[in-house]
Design a protein around this ligand. Structure first.
Ligand SMILES: Cc1ncc(C[n+]2csc(CCOP(=O)(O)OP(=O)(O)O)c2C)c(N)n1
Ligand SMILES: [Mg+2]
Length: 329
């Protein structure tokens, strides 16, 4: 175990630990398969993998209730899976099939499911932020004690929308949980020019939004931080959490990934959120010999069914392409 993977807390229940591990593995295996299917030409368009960042979505999602809202980015597979969107509907979406969660109109970057209150998937950097403020404003006006969790990359901090959103959320005391996934890179942006180099908490605090940072490679740390943050938000005020993480793969499948060293990637791979969690659980005696294999088998079976569902799906008739796709499924 590495120095960055502390022992699990004494009160951690085995069932919950397995849930966290299973959720992270579902994302990892889903994306590995998606990369293969992209290479085979089954998935086309853009494909941004979340591999390495799984602890962020999984840890954060634990504090959200079904009636809360989630807004994500184009790197949205992990958020959608952790939010409970069926894997088959996501795979079918990436195939461009009618049984996809957005009826095949959106692809990888535009997952959507109103009944799960999962409001995208946005190709535009920072595009989800104003949507989140709108959702939270609606909740406030209707007197509903709900959270809108908005995930975005640190690259979005350079967008005007970020500043407008933070400003309004603070001014109107809107229940937005800002979850900034700082993976150190905004596409191929050189590190020294990236917003990642700035203490992002200061940005939020400058709008009087309370902020904290957490180790995004540690699922339990993310869970704990977001638990506290969500409590504040549910009480009717915005909160900002910077989740410090790293993507192991390139920005997208189209990116040759020439701007960072192998040593840097290797350094972060030692902090793999799944491997380190497995090691911690083993050390604590919570994960036995055959347990991991059992979870992997469950995940593989779910994934196999998801691919079959996507393969079996039909193409949307051309005349339906302009119809509303947001109807709850
Ligand atoms: C408004 C806008 N400007 C530029 C782009 C091109 N673009 C796509 S991804 C990206 C980097 C965003 O980085 P970050 O927000 O850190 O998210 P990450 O990809 O690291 O998850 C850029 C600049 C875009 N999609 N939208
Ligand atoms: Mg980034």
């Amino acid at each position: 175990m590495t120095a960055t993977a502390p022992a699990v807390p004494a009160g951690l229940e085995r069932e919950h630990a397995f849930h966290l591990l299973r959720e992270m593995l579902r994302i990892r295996r889903f994306e590995e398969r998606a990369a293969e299917l992209y290479s085979l030409g089954k998935i086309r368009g853009f494909l941004h993998l979340y591999i390495g960042e799984e602890a962020s979505a999984v840890g954060a999602m634990q504090s959200l209730e079904p009636e809360d809202a989630v807004v994500a980015t184009y790197r949205d597979h992990g958020h959608a899976l952790a939010r409970g969107l069926p894997a088959g509907s996501l795979m079918a979406e990436m195939f461009g099939k009618k049984n996809g969660c957005s009826r095949g109109h959106g692809g990888s970057m535009h997952f959507f499911n109103a009944s799960r209150r999962f409001y995208g998937g946005y190709a535009i950097v920072g595009g989800g932020l104003p949507i989140a403020v709108g959702l939270a404003l609606a909740d406030k006006l209707e007197g509903r004690e709900r959270v809108t969790a908005c995930f975005f990359g640190e690259g979005a901090v350079a967008e005007g929308e970020f500043h407008e959103t933070l400003n309004l959320a603070a001014l109107w005391r809107l229940p937005v949980l800002f979850l900034c996934e700082n993976n150190l890179y905004a596409m191929g942006t050189a590190l020294e020019r990236s917003e990642a180099q700035i203490d992002l908490r200061l940005k939020a605090q400058s709008y009087t939004v309370p902020a904290e940072a957490v180790d995004g490679m540690d699922v339990l740390a993310v869970e704990r931080a977001v638990q506290g943050a969500a409590k504040v938000v549910r009480g009717g005020a915005p909160y900002f959490v910077e989740i410090r993480t790293y993507r192991f793969r390139a920005h997208s499948m189209a990116d040759p990934d020439l701007y960072r060293s192998k040593e840097e990637v290797e350094h972060w791979r030692h902090r793999d959120p799944i491997d380190t969690f497995v090691a911690r659980l083993r050390e604590a005696g919570l994960l036995g010999g055959a347990d991991l294999g059992g979870i992997e088998a469950e995940v593989a079976s779910e994934l196999g069914a998801a691919v079959t569902e996507a393969e079996a799906g039909e193409w949307e008739p051309v005349e339906d392409l302009t119809k509303d796709v947001t109807t709850p499924r």
